[in-house]
Design a binder for this molecule. Structure first.
Ligand code: IPM
Ligand code: MG
Length: 360
């Protein structure tokens, strides 16, 4: 029985986690699978309760799990805390501890949502890309410092990459491209950054092992523009940590709402699954959050951690069908469209799964 560590975190986290568990339990019932859930504290919640954004018992719990499912962390309450007592620090430490260096962020346009996007539908139709973001290196983890200086202070963040760190993520990019449309865009800023020049050289070397995959280098600023101009040209985008963070929020708008996007973070051991959106403290506790990003992250977990392709697909189809019927949480609704609550959305996904799969 797979052990799943649940990390509801902050803001809307607990609400969307409850809906995701409902969906997983439904899938379990219909496919004769069972899960063992254990819930642990992370982020601001863990700072308040244990004085540590990633307390030892959470670390122990995730190490003992077969997969980790996280909602979101952060909020204004902790925004002025020192670095080691910020909710985000708990998340970053966890990514590093688990060694999940590869963050897969699939971006697919959901047709029924496109009219609600600020972008033109004809630009968005058929978009199906994957952002592969390096997750345990770069600016996020390089040395930081802050010192007094004449007239104020001086602050430093360091962008560090080793050949080995670049190789493993780039190789994964070419490997996943082989399972898709065999097209890689490697994103860098090689006209300015030394780390990007090492990145580019490494891509060129690895690309020789994949003659069947077409690849291009693209500068990050150009990529940001092309994502909006013509997103269908992209299949796999492989890039470093910070560029991937920024480009994936941008790419989220290609789907209609950032609330829809799941992600999988993979390494050699336990994998971590989380929606790419944040904790949305402004709407927390109101029962209006969109649980679909986390529900779709759970589908990725079933596929990547347990190899349960059918179970994953049923969830993804249920989401697509419920959207096609016009069901909308507030973030997905156009001006005149009626909306459903977080738990109603969860219930409708559950009903849809139950209708599709007879209990075996
Ligand atoms: C993300 C988030 C995190 C990141 C924050 C919360 C630290 O924006 O997962 O994209 O920057 O990686
Ligand atoms: Mg982000």
């Amino acid at each position: 029985m797979p052990k799943i560590a649940l990390l509801p975190g902050d803001g809307i986290g607990p609400e969307i986690t409850a809906e995701t568990v409902k969906v997983l339990e439904t899938v379990g019932r219909h496919f004769s699978r069972s899960f063992e859930f254990a819930t642990f504290s992370i982020g601001g919640d863990a700072i308040d309760r244990f004085g540590d954004p990633l307390p030892p018992q959470t670390l122990e719990g995730i190490r003992a799990a077969d997969a980790v499912l996280l909602a979101a962390v952060g909020g204004p309450k902790w925004d002025h805390n020192p670095g080691h007592l910020r909710p985000e620090t708990g998340l970053l430490r966890m990514r590093k501890e688990l060694g999940v260096y590869a963050n897969l962020r699939p971006v697919r346009a959901f047709e029924p949502l496109l009219h609600a996007s600020t972008l033109k539908q004809e630009v968005l139709l058929g978009v199906d890309l994957l952002i592969l973001r390096e997750l345990t290196g770069g600016l996020y983890f390089g040395e930081k410092s802050r010192k007094p200086a004449v007239g104020g202070e001086v602050a430093t963040d360091t962008l560090v990459y080793t050949t080995g760190e670049i190789e493993r993520i780039v190789r994964m990019g070419f490997e996943v491209a082989r399972t898709r449309r065999k097209r890689v865009h490697s994103v860098d800023k090689a006209n300015v950054l030394e780390s990007s020049r090492l990145w580019r050289e490494t891509v060129e070397r690895i690309a020789k092992e994949y003659p069947d995959v077409q690849y291009d280098h693209i500068l990050v600023d150009t990529c940001a523009m092309q994502l909006i101009r013509n997103p269908r040209q992209f299949d796999v985008i492989v890039t470093e940590n910070m560029f991937g963070d920024i480009l994936s929020d941008e790419a989220a708008m290609l789907t209609g709402s950032i609330g829809m996007l799941p992600s999988a973070s993979l390494g050699a051991g336990v994998a971590l699954y989380e929606p790419i959106h944040g904790s949305a403290p402004d709407i927390a506790g109101k029962g209006v959050a969109n649980p679909l990003g986390m529900i779709l992250s759970a589908a990725l977990m079933l596929r990547h951690s347990f190899g349960w392709e059918q179970e994953a697909t049923v969830i993804e189809q249920a989401v697509a069908e419920v959207l096609a019927e016009g069901v909308r949480t507030a973030d997905l609704a156009g001006p005149a469209e009626p909306t459903v609550s977080t738990s109603r959305m969860g219930d409708l996904i559950v009903q849809r799964i139950s209708a599709k799969v007879p209990i075996v």
